[in-house]
Write a protein that binds this ligand. Sequence first.
Ligand SMILES: Cc1ncc(COP(=O)(O)O)c(C=O)c1O
Length: 445
Amino acid sequence: MDTLTAQATSGLDLAALAAANLTPVLGRYFERSWARGEGHHLYDTSGKAYLDFANGIAVSVLGHRHPAVTAAIHAQVDALIAPCAAMGYAESTVRHARLLAEFLPESLDSVFFMNSGSEAIEAALKLARRVTGRPGIIAFRGGFHGRTIGAASITSSNINYRQGYEPLLPGVYLSPFPSVYREFAGDEERAVEVSLKHLRDLLATTIPPSAVAAMILEPVQGEGGYIPAPPTFLRALREICDDHGILLIADEVQAGFGRTGRMWSFEHAGIVPDVVCMAKAIANGLPLSAIATSKALQERWGKSAHGTTFGGNPVSCAAGIAVLETIRAERLVENSAARGAELMAGLRTIAAGDPRIGDVRGLGLMIGVEFVRDPATREPDGSLCEAVIQGCADAGLLLISCGVEHNVIRWIAPLNVTPDEIDEALGVFGRVLRELPAHPEAGRI
Ligand SMILES: Cc1ncc(COP(=O)(O)O)c(C=O)c1O
């Protein structure tokens, strides 16, 4: 028996082991113990296989142990591991920046590497303030940008990210996000009109545009419920920012790297932000993040205006190069769009026969299925959502939730998912949903 198989069948209960010394603070979707990942499957310590449609929350987008990524990591580990950011240059870091620029709009040609999504957000906020000399930041309600103090200050997808941490960053203003289904019963035009009215009111009554450094948003809200911003809304934001010298920051941490059927989710609106924040999928599992802007903007930010110890680590960047090369060679952005359309069609068929599903929405392979107690009132049903997730896991399919009320299942299949795997996942999901009581009570699943 090889080591991997031995681990996979050890039966170790890691949750029990963790109880002694591993923090109880971290929230977890499952109390399962993971031994290994292979392709699109995770294996628990008893050897049970799970089709992984969660990917560590949109991280391992090429699947586990992807041969190109693993080979790149091995080769880099044998050559140079330690970071060199302040010492000079490492080849994989330089090459990764260059390759990333090829995947971005032409004007976004300068990359600053860091380690996590939150860190990329912090950097974007710092850049915006120093470059514009203005204090104000406008973010959008329901958004999630991370857990460091700056990122938490612009986050409002759940009170738990803010509560007890006040005073948060001053100068932050929250404006409504056009949440088309939940707030406007599907009326996209009205959602955009009302949200823009609130934004214009904010700029007229509360903070003048001349004091605003940046507007920041997720073009598709992630934690907030897998909610795409209507393209007209994003285009209006671009226009307002242009009119007033405000920087537009796109948080592509969850939606980037082909997830939405385009390389970047802002592309659906035909706009180009001033700053793009990216992380998660960037290195298929190794810690890495980045912001990309024009070279001119980073020159204005200024030498030593920001820094990092581990950012742009050569091993993570080697993995990042393999990710981009694989996305290009295997046409995975196109696969995301094609498989996403199949998944969307299958989910909409299931939803058509089940009034407990209030909405199925999304772009590419970033699809949200929202559960409600009553389609007329759209009262959220978080208990049903949780029951479906645990039922699917028991049946060998990993899905996770999102949404302010934890009542949305987010579908985050790997970018190289196959039509058969989409069918398999739809089959499991449909069966688990059918077999559950109409509205399971919380804690009695
Ligand atoms: C859209 C978005 N921004 C920022 C973050 C923060 O990233 P990290 O957890 O790597 O700090 C996340 C993480 O889920 C995210 O989804």
